[in-house]
Design a protein around this ligand. Structure first.
Ligand code: TYD
Length: 136
């Protein structure tokens, strides 16, 4: 599995740092952003995620602190640490993901290509494997 890390624009100077991103094909986020959500105040040791999406594209940005993401496409499992607010991890559809080892101050910001839709979730690992094999 290829891991895609996006590098965002940085406007840093002695007064502080600024990063921006724009949504759309050929822009910083490679889709039109329809939803933004963020995960924070995660209790120590907790693991989030445990699902894949059928169609949703997402970019994960740890804008404060750090956390780890496990990506699993049914063949490879890859762990990525996010700790840079100017980088984004692309999570494509049909990739099982888990988020863990959140630092106490971590904020994980997510850009998503569509509105929330529970029917787009694969929340059971066996259902995910079946879906990869052409199931529903
Ligand atoms: P979930 O996606 O399972 O969170 P995580 O991946 O961090 O474990 O979502 C948790 C709950 O929040 C679940 O009841 C669905 C709801 N939710 C929304 O209503 N809208 C959203 O945009 C998101 C991401 C979740």
């Amino acid at each position: 599995m290829e891991i895609k890390i996006l590098e965002f624009h940085r406007r840093n100077n002695e007064t502080g740092k600024l990063t921006f991103l724009e949504g759309g094909v050929d822009k910083d986020i490679p889709f039109d952003i329809r939803r933004v959500y963020y995960i924070y105040d995660v209790a120590p040791g907790e693991i989030r995620g445990f699902h894949a999406h059928k169609k949703l594209n997402q970019v994960l940005i740890c804008i404060n602190g750090s956390c780890k993401i496990l990506l699993d496409d049914g063949q490879d499992k890859i762990e990525v640490e996010l700790n840079n607010p100017a980088q984004g991890l692309v999570v494509e559809p049909k990739v099982w993901h888990e988020m863990y080892e959140f630092s106490p101050n971590a904020i994980l910001l997510v850009m998503a290509s569509d509105f929330y839709d529970e029917s787009d979730y694969l929340r059971d690992y066996q259902q995910f494997v079946n879906y990869l094999q052409g199931g529903k």
